[in-house]
Design a protein around this ligand. Structure first.
Ligand code: ATP
Length: 363
């Protein structure tokens, strides 16, 4: 792909057809993304898919075998990392133990004067305040919790006022509760500064929670780039449909067009009118667990606007605010999110609206 910066817009970052190889291994293949100025952009995907390599390529630590990188509209191919205007936080960015917290933050200013008209000391105070660590400057890094240490690492990265912020799993070493709190902090600080940010995580829920847009990476390629809402509601591929949130996927074949429906295991399931398919097409139907309702004991036939599947409950998980039922229908597993527990071995009627069926055509 070569559609990026030449249309007038001057994105914060552009990767144009970037490929990166290690020996014989292709880590990134023809990756094109354009991150807007001030955008919070997240790379999410399973382990080894190429997220860190993408980030390291933007930072200048990897040299693409093909393609180009632009930062602020300027081509930066071959430019060494320290000349790129980039702040970076890694998963376990160890602070220097022999320096105080304050000296660690000030270290971020070793190549550059602080932005604006402030002294280094004033800048460090500003930053400690920003990451809610005011008054802790004289502490030893060993005396910090994991969450505090990551906030100091963030302060150090943004100290010189970089144009870009690159965050590689900055929260993944922290426990779940702290991770959820700190991701909001990271987002707030990013918004305050308006700094173009690329964030790497393997946690799809985290990606959805904090990003303006998300790129789903799979096997060194970009599967989809979209807002969190669109990724969730309109996954473009089977991979995205399965990776982002819980989902139920049914493979079927379009059996009729008026009205539109597909046959799945001998069962006719109505498809949304908007689906652009023809009889005989292979399709995959995606139905989110929270869009499935439990019907009463009375058998009801599927109507135009809804489908009913008679399924068996295998077990229920208590999630706190809901139950996740694992059901089977025709030897297929179906996940259902409900308010109530359901005893195992119960026969239930699973109902979902035709409008809640999302179609994939890449099967
Ligand atoms: P994780 O979430 O596990 O950190 P990731 O999505 O960040 O994974 P990368 O670290 O970018 O994935 O790795 C992508 C691929 O490139 C993997 O197959 C990895 O083994 C390979 N790779 C990465 N760095 C190197 C290297 N320096 N030498 C050889 N292979 C590498």
């Amino acid at each position: 792909g070569v559609e990026t910066t030449d249309n007038g817009a001057d994105p914060g970052i552009a990767l144009d057809g970037v490929s990166v190889t290690f020996g014989g291994v292709t880590a990134l293949q023809d990756v094109s993304i354009a991150v807007g100025d001030g955008e919070f952009f997240t790379l999410v995907g399973p382990s080894g898919c190429g997220k860190t390599t993408t980030l390291r390529t933007i930072a200048g630590f990897e040299t693409p075998a093909a393609g180009h990188v632009r930062i602020g509209g300027q081509q930066v191919d071959g430019m060494p990392p320290e000349e790129r205007d980039v702040g970076i936080v890694f998963q376990n960015y160890a602070l220097f133990p022999h320096m105080s917290v304050r000296e660690n933050v000030a270290y971020g200013l070793r190549f550059r004067d602080p932005p604006g008209d402030v002294s280094s000391d004033e800048r460090v105070d500003e930053l400690l305040d920003l990451v809610d660590m005011a008054g802790m400057g004289e502490r030893d890094p060993e005396a910090l919790s994991g969450g505090q240490a990551q906030r100091i690492a963030l302060a150090r990265a943004i100290a010189p006022g970089p144009e870009l912020l690159l965050l590689d799993e900055p929260l993944s070493a922290l426990d779940a509760r702290l991770r959820e709190r700190l991701r909001v902090t990271v987002r707030d600080i990013q918004q305050d500064l308006g700094i173009t940010t690329v964030y790497v995580t393997h946690d799809q829920a985290e990606a959805l929670a904090i990003s303006d847009r998300v790129a789903v990476v799979n096997g060194g390629r970009i599967e989809q780039v979209d807002t969190p809402e669109r990724l969730y509601r309109e996954p473009a591929s089977r991979f995205v449909a399965e990776f982002v949130g819980d989902n139920n996927l049914f493979d079927g074949e379009v059996s009729a067009t008026a009205p539109l429906r597909a046959r799945v295991d001998g069962k006719e399931i109505r498809l949304p009118k908007t689906a652009n398919v023809s009889t005989g097409d292979s399709v995959t139907l995606c139905v989110r667990p929270e869009t499935i309702r439990l019907g009463g004991a009375e058998r009801s036939e599927s109507s135009e606007s809804e489908t009913t599947l008679t399924a068996t409950v295998e077990n229920s998980e208590f999630l706190g605010d809901a139950y996740r039922l694992h059901c089977t229908w025709n030897d297929r597993s179906i996940l259902v999110k409900t308010e109530g527990r359901q005893p195992p071995d119960d026969t239930v009627e699973l109902k979902f609206d035709t409008a809640d069926v999302h179609l994939l055509q890449d099967s």
